[in-house]
Design a protein around this ligand. Structure first.
Ligand code: F6R
Ligand code: MG
Ligand code: MG
Length: 376
């Protein structure tokens, strides 16, 4: 049986207005590029998704992951969309396109990418989660809950086909290393790492003892690539569901808790990740709070039947209300941690300039031993 590949590649190619949304012309233009790629036979099917100021190309094809033609097509589409942004003088045109020219794979060039290949099952429910004003590690907690927390996913306890658990591949995005953990047996080891979500990011979840991916995230960190602030790495997550995998309601359940994530204003603040309907995915308050949408599809011979707007559901109203209450609470901290990120994680910082200006006014404390001079 041949495999189908699902690739979601997203980029911020310019915002309308500021960093709050994309423009309707972006959708029309992206739709045109995708339709042509389908009629040319490059893609089996494709949808345009968006959240905040990010456009996501949701594509199915038979070419496998990391395919140069697929990545080049995505890059060229973002270049075309950037032309729209430039013509309309939208904000930050081409923000995520860090390189001048495509060089083989969008990885390391700015766009975020999540893709996996699998043999389509008799029925294949699949979710594309898109988040804005946050970073890839924002998925660690919900993905852990979906595939390892028995209080979230009842199937881990009562479905014989899930009872053995799943394997998690974690990437160290600073050292560029990866490691695999089997759950439940290595759950505590896994949590040591993925609790530090700015550095250790879940990349894949696999069925136990094999290489069949059932979830995949984008782990691209823009500021690490560019070495400076160039926007946040608003991430993508794709999850397969049902029949030996978490049920629809188990995949979505973690988002009923709006956990704190890094991002928000100037990529430098903690705030709640609020699950919203597509029509509400336009962050405005203090450029936030960070948002997540979920597009549900049934795959049918590689075609995307959908989307269903999964968070357009009153059962997330309490999560949204809690997120708004947390927003009020966190905002009152103003420039103080832990609302503002610690210095080393901030995307914007005036500290070096202020420090430089004031360096001659810092004097040694009389009689004090510098910490480094103390005997261990
Ligand atoms: C965060 C984000 C916005 C901007 C902010 C300042 O990911 O996109 O909060 O950081 O609006 O943007 P600039 O520096 O472009 O004026
Ligand atoms: Mg932007
Ligand atoms: Mg964004």
């Amino acid at each position: 049986m041949s495999e189908i590949t699902v690739s979601v590649i997203k980029a911020d190619i310019g915002g309308y207005v500021g960093h709050s949304a994309i423009h309707p012309e972006h959708v029309v233009t992206a739709r045109g590029c995708l339709d042509k790629a389908v009629s040319d036979g490059l893609l089996v099917d494709a949808k345009v998704g968006s959240v905040g100021d990010d456009v996501a190309l949701i594509m199915s094809h038979a070419r496998g992951v990391d395919d140069e033609r697929i990545h080049k097509f995505a890059w060229d589409t973002f270049v075309t969309l950037t032309e729209v942004s430039k013509r309309l003088k939208l904000y930050g045109a081409g923000q995520d396109l860090l390189a001048d020219a495509f060089s083989g794979n969008v990885k390391g060039m700015g766009p975020g990418c999540a893709e996996f290949a699998f043999v389509e099952r008799k029925s294949e429910p699949i979710f594309v989660f898109l988040a804005d004003k946050t970073e890839p590690g924002a998925w660690n907690l919900p993905v852990f809950k979906m595939f390892a927390d028995p209080f979230t996913t009842a199937g881990l306890v009562i479905d014989p086909s899930m009872h053995d658990g799943f394997e998690f591949e974690v990437q160290d995005v600073l050292e560029h290393k990866k490691i695999r953990f089997a759950c439940p047996e290595e759950m505590y080891d896994l949590l040591v790492f993925i609790g530090a979500q700015s550095r250790y990011v879940i990349k894949h979840v696999y069925r136990k003892g094999g290489d069949e991916a059932v979830a995949v995230t984008s782990t691209d960190r823009l500021n690490l690539m560019a070495g400076r602030y160039v926007g946040k790495d608003d991430p993508v997550l794709i999850v397969r569901a049902q029949s030996g995998l978490p049920a629809v309601g188990e995949v979505l359940e973690p988002f009923a808790f709006p956990h704190l994530v890094a991002g928000w204003m100037r990529g430098s603040h903690h705030g709640p990740l609020m699950p919203v309907a597509v029509d509400d995915a336009h962050p405005t308050r203090f450029d936030g709070p960070p948002r997540v949408v979920c597009l549900g599809f049934q795959l049918a011979d590689g075609k995307f039947i959908g989307p269903r707007d999964m968070f357009a559901d009153p059962s997330y109203d309490n999560a949204r209300q809690l997120a708004l209450d947390i927003t009020d609470y966190m905002r009152r901290m103003g420039p103080f941690e832990p609302h503002r990120l610690p210095l080393e994680d901030m995307e914007y910082t005036t500290l070096p300039n202020v420090m430089n200006k004031l360096k001659d006014r810092f004097v040694d404390l009389e009689g004090a031993n510098p910490v480094g001079s103390l005997k261990k």
